[in-house]
Design a protein around this ligand. Structure first.
Ligand SMILES: Nc1ncnc2c1ncn2[C@@H]1O[C@H](COP(=O)(O)OP(=O)(O)OP(=O)(O)O)[C@@H](O)[C@H]1O
Ligand SMILES: [Mg+2]
Length: 278
């Protein structure tokens, strides 16, 4: 039995599960005419009275690469949870472009609507090849699960080749994902997100556990995505952040403490105090 056979079977044309059906949620012309693609305004999230986010206001411009730093517990992951619909805020507003209210959409709708999220632990299909992993993501995006294995058209194949180049896994295309290094799995997962053509990519601690070389390659990769996508990177590794940073936002106790270039924020006395006081 070929490795994809069980999948083929599960995805027979007469058995289309709801969650696999494409849901057209957003109009293709997302309104970013004012600059930002993400608007978080006065967002508060409480856990048993503790404010993980405290009137957080944050704007991400279309196509920008933003780094978010801050001590443990600052609310960085919670912020991503709010954008992706995993956590609902107690108050505040969260918009995608000027018109799409993310607080009214489900987590699935948000993911399919163009906001991709990379979790810390890679979630690739280990017993499938690199190529098949990308194939599956591409298909999931196009809502063509049932017809996936009829074979991809040339444009789709070209897209996969392009992604393989971006994530530096062209040579490993036919390797099983389970045999990749930790860093390569992370890149594959980024590639799988890219296959879904997201407008925004949220990446939480991408270089944790990577070798120095993998970290450097990840910096190049994320930098190359800016412009085509808006990329929001949360990371503790300051050397890495410095290597990719344009605009940096420092979160502390659920709000923005400082924002600016890496030099600006690193020389900000309030930022220094927060980090030294850790
Ligand atoms: N589901 C939850 N229930 C209760 N408290 C939570 C929950 N999620 C987060 N918190 C708390 O909210 C605060 C912010 O957490 P969050 O994970 O957003 O921080 P972070 O900035 O991502 O930290 P780190 O750098 O350690 O990943 C922390 O004090 C955390 O303990
Ligand atoms: Mg976190």
């Amino acid at each position: 039995m070929k490795p994809l056979d069980p999948l083929r079977k599960a995805l027979r044309r007469d058995r289309v599960f709801d969650f696999m059906m494409p849901q057209v949620v957003f109009s293709p012309d997302l309104d970013v005419s004012h600059g930002p693609i993400l608007y978080l305004e006065d967002v508060t999230v409480s856990f048993d009275g503790f404010k993980a986010l405290n009137n957080l206001s944050l704007y991400i411009d279309d196509g920008e690469l933003r780094c978010i730093i801050g001590p443990n517990g600052a609310g960085k992951t919670t912020m991503m949870d709010v954008i992706t619909g995993k956590t609902r805020p107690d108050s505040g507003s969260v918009f995608f472009g000027q018109k799409i209210d993310l607080l009214r959409l489900s987590e699935t709708d948000i993911a399919q609507g163009g906001i991709g999220r990379k979790f810390q632990r890679p979630t690739v299909f280990e017993s499938h090849t690199v190529y098949e992993n990308l194939e599956l993501s591409l298909a999931a995006d196009k809502g063509v699960w049932p017809t996936l294995f009829a074979s991809l058209n040339q444009a789709q194949k070209d897209r996969i080749d392009e992604i393989l180049e971006v994530i530096a896994l062209t040579e490993q295309r036919h390797h099983l994902a389970g045999t990749l290094s930790h860093g390569q799995k992370q890149w594959l997962e980024i590639g799988m997100l890219l296959a879904q053509s997201p407008r925004v990519l949220l990446v939480d601690e991408p270089v944790a556990g990577m070798t120095a070389q993998e970290t450097e390659r990840t910096a190049e990769l994320l930098t190359s995505l800016a412009g085509k996508h808006s990329v929001v990177v949360v990371e503790h590794d300051m050397e890495f952040v410095r290597s990719i940073a344009r605009k940096v936002t420092v979160l502390h106790e659920g709000s923005v403490l400082a924002e600016g270039s890496m030099d600006e924020v690193q020389n900000d006395p309030r930022v220094i105090e927060v980090y030294l006081g850790e």
